[in-house]
Ligand binder design. Structure first.
Ligand code: 0O2
Length: 224
């Protein structure tokens, strides 16, 4: 195939590109491929940082495909029918990557480096660090597309990237568990306690970051 001979397809167009093939399987193939692409990009950035600055801004990366049950639930809650077209159009986090960083400053560094890559298109950003949710939830969310090269087409595929610190992630995991247990209606005193913990998380993150900055100012001891 000659260079540039690829057809550029949207996810919606991609669904119909194979005759007699299950559309659900087609979108899962695309979302899984997008998770691999983003995972590789993040690993490269982390390794480059280690190589140049001798430290890793990323503690770890988790990725997942949203379950069919959870996708259907989200569509239903927003008043949409459960069709493959609606999944691709209205559910932005079918492919999700969570990036856990050591320090808050790393979050913006990683987000900026990803956003400036020429093949990545940023569709939206929600900065719950600058504007935390009422519950106290803090995290940086980006919806992006990354091109997936297939045999004769290229498909811009959506991925939700959540970037947060270890402490923010610890808080969000417990809050998610509590909300699941109480089906979103946790008792007031638990909500209050969680909010106070969120404030402690912000304080801890700020103090850890300033400690780290201070340590960087100390010169490495001379080799004897
Ligand atoms: P799950 O089970 O984690 O998948 P949009 O994607 O923009 O159309 P949405 O989904 O409201 O709309 O976007 P938002 O606010 O960016 O939230 C996306 C995801 O962030 C959620 O996905 C959660 O994973 C996480 N999140 C958002 N708010 C909270 C919160 O208050 N607490 C916790 N623990 N996590 C939160 P899902 O599909 O809701 O859930």
């Amino acid at each position: 195939m000659a260079k540039g001979a690829y057809t550029i397809n949207s996810m919606e167009e991609a669904i119909g590109q194979y005759e007699g093939v299950d559309s659900w399987k087609t979108i899962i193939l695309l979302y899984n491929s997008a998770l691999k692409e983003i995972g590789t990009k993040l690993e490269i950035l982390n390794e480059e940082f280690q190589h140049v600055h001798q430290y890793n801004p990323i503690e770890h990366i988790k990725s997942r495909i949203k379950t069919a049950e959870s996708i259907v639930k989200k569509l239903k809650s927003r008043g949409h029918e459960s069709t493959i077209e609606n999944m691709v159009k209205y559910v932005n986090d079918i492919a999700g990557v969570r990036v856990i960083c050591s320090f808050s400053s790393d979050i913006y560094r990683i987000a900026g480096m990803l956003a400036s890559q020429t093949d990545i298109k940023v569709l939206s950003i929600k900065d719950y660090i600058k504007s935390p949710k009422e519950s106290g939830y803090k995290s940086y969310h980006m919806i992006i597309t990354v091109p997936i090269f297939l045999s004769d087409s290229v498909v811009a595929t959506k991925v939700e990237i959540q970037i947060r610190t270890v402490a923010m992630d610890f808080w969000a995991s417990l809050e998610h568990k509590i909300n699941y247990k109480f089906e979103g209606e946790a008792p007031e005193h638990i909500k209050r306690e969680l909010f106070e913990c969120a404030e402690m998380v912000s304080d801890l993150d700020a103090r850890m970051m300033s400690l780290n900055e201070e340590i960087k100012e100390y010169a490495e001891p001379e080799e004897q």
